[in-house]
Design a protein around this ligand. Structure first.
Ligand code: SF4
Length: 74
C-alpha cells in the first residue's frame, strides 16, 4: 500500500541526495509497498512530522527508534 506522505515527502520527491538506483529501490520497497518499515514514517506517525530530521532516510530504522525513545515520555 502506498504511503500517504508521498506527495510531500522530501525523500520520495527526490530532494534528498541518494544514489538513484538505491533511491528507486527504497521508493519501491518503502513508499510504494510498506510505509510501516520506513524510518521517516515511524518518526512522523509517532512524534509528528516536525521531529523527522532532514537527513533521515527510510532505512535508518535504528536512528528512528532512538529519536522516538529520546522524545517519548515515560
Ligand atoms: S514511506 Fe517514508 S520516505 Fe516514503 S513517502 Fe512515506 S514517509 Fe516518505
Amino acid at each position: 500500500m502506498k504511503c500517504e506522505k508521498i506527495n510531500n515527502c522530501p525523500f520520495y520527491q527526490q530532494k534528498m541526495p541518494i544514489d538513484s538506483g538505491l533511491g528507486a529501490i527504497y521508493r519501491r520497497n518503502y513508499c510504494e509497498t510498506d510505509k510501516t518499515k520506513c524510518a521517516r514514517f515511524m518518526v512522523a506517525s509517532t512524534l509528528g512530522p516536525s521531529y523527522v530530521p532532514i537527513d533521515l532516510y527510510p532505512n535508518m530504522v535504528d536512528r528512528a527508534k532512538q529519536i522516538i525513545s529520546e522524545n517519548s515520555q515515560g
